[in-house]
Design a protein around this ligand. Structure first.
Ligand SMILES: Cc1cc2nc3c(=O)[nH]c(=O)nc-3n(C[C@H](O)[C@H](O)[C@H](O)COP(=O)(O)OP(=O)(O)OC[C@H]3O[C@@H](n4cnc5c(N)ncnc54)[C@H](O)[C@@H]3O)c2cc1C
Length: 304
């Protein structure tokens, strides 16, 4: 079974994915105390999804590894876990901290509607990492649906930062409708400039739509990769991840070469409160990124 590292837990392996500027991530010194960040920009990506760009008010960049999340606190409203969507190399280069957020309820609504300059609280980074560098030398398949592309983006950028170290790189992306496609321009750039085989599909399309219609899992069967060397990184709704993992293993991809990012309701983010418990796992510290060989028995139990 693969050990996916959680840099925030002492002894859990402090090394982050190669290719990241941060070789070592110390645990946050006071994990329950939010740091103050200012929203510098809110970019609307789709009808209901927005990317928040944040600057630390204390001037200290927040270093993270691909796959990790923060707890974002809209003061007076509440706190939610959101994956970091930016480039792990970007923080030291002075880039703002990026989170892509779907407006689904009270806290996410407050965050995406906040005016530039608004202060919010940020705790973290927390959780395990994609460690996409483990796939070096093999083919890499990213399978994602909807806003699941946001938590995967840092891992994609890790791979593209060392593109020559990998074989074929595929991005299989599904969204509900053509209007819900996230980071469309960037996906086209990855295809044109970085030799990424991007395949998109939508669940529903208006009359006359020229692209592919169908579920993203249907792309896996005929995608051009070598299952013996391939690693897959999967993020999206749980039913989609389960079906993707089944399609990948049916193609011959080893279960311990499939990683996925799990979502559960979270409060503390540091393995204390138990809100995110999935049988023996606390998703906030044992996850969110987990290997499918560990998840498969849990995902096959209904309602767990
Ligand atoms: C590790 C992790 C990373 C996440 N990363 C992102 C991200 O990058 N971008 C993003 O938009 N969202 C992400 N989420 C989901 C996000 O945390 C929830 O959408 C948010 O907590 C909803 O809070 P709210 O107060 O706005 O809505 P609420 O009123 O709490 O919920 C509104 C609706 O969303 C559902 N919901 C609430 N929490 C979750 C959840 N964790 N997963 C699925 N559905 C949920 C509720 O059941 C309800 O239907 C992540 C969750 C986890 C655990």
């Amino acid at each position: 079974m693969d050990d996916i590292r959680n840099p925030a837990i002492p002894g859990h392996g402090a090394t982050v994915a190669a290719g990241s500027v941060a070789d070592t991530l110390a645990p946050p010194p006071a994990p329950m105390v939010p740091r103050r960040f200012a929203i510098t920009r809110v970019r609307q990506d789709t009808r209901d999804t927005f990317t928040l760009l944040l600057e630390p008010l204390d001037g200290e960049p927040l270093r993270f590894a691909a796959g990790q999340f923060t707890m974002l606190h809209a003061f007076g409203v509440g706190e939610v876990p959101i994956s970091i969507a930016g480039d792990p190399r970007g923080t030291d280069a002075g880039e703002p901290l990026e989170h892509t957020i779907r407006n689904v309820g009270a806290v996410t609504r407050a965050l995406v509607n906040a005016a530039p300059g608004t202060e919010i609280g940020v705790r973290g980074p927390f959780g395990t990492t994609w460690d996409a560098a483990d796939a070096r030398g093999g083919d890499v398949v990213f399978v994602t649906g909807g806003i699941g592309l946001a938590p995967l983006r840092p891992a994609i950028l890790d791979v593209l930062a060392e593109r020559d170290a990998y074989g074929k790189v595929l991005l299989l992306y599904g969204s509900r409708t053509p209007d819900d496609i996230l980071y469309g321009d960037e996906m086209r750039r990855w295809a044109d400039l970085n030799d990424v085989n991007v395949q998109m599909t939508v669940d529903n399309a208006p009359y006359g739509y020229k692209g592919r219609v169908g579920f993203v899992t249907e792309l896996i069967g005929r995608a051009g990769f070598d299952p013996r060397s391939a690693w897959a990184f999967v993020c999206g709704p749980e039913a989609m991840m389960r079906a993707s993992a089944q399609a990948l293993t049916a193609r011959g991809v080893a279960a311990n070469h499939i990683r996925m990012s799990m979502e559960r309701s979270m409060k503390c983010g540091i393995g204390l409160c138990g809100h995110c418990q999935l049988r023996e796992l606390f998703i906030c510290v044992d996850g969110p990124v987990l290997s499918y060989d560990r998840l498969e028995p849990l995902m096959s139990v209904r309602e767990l």
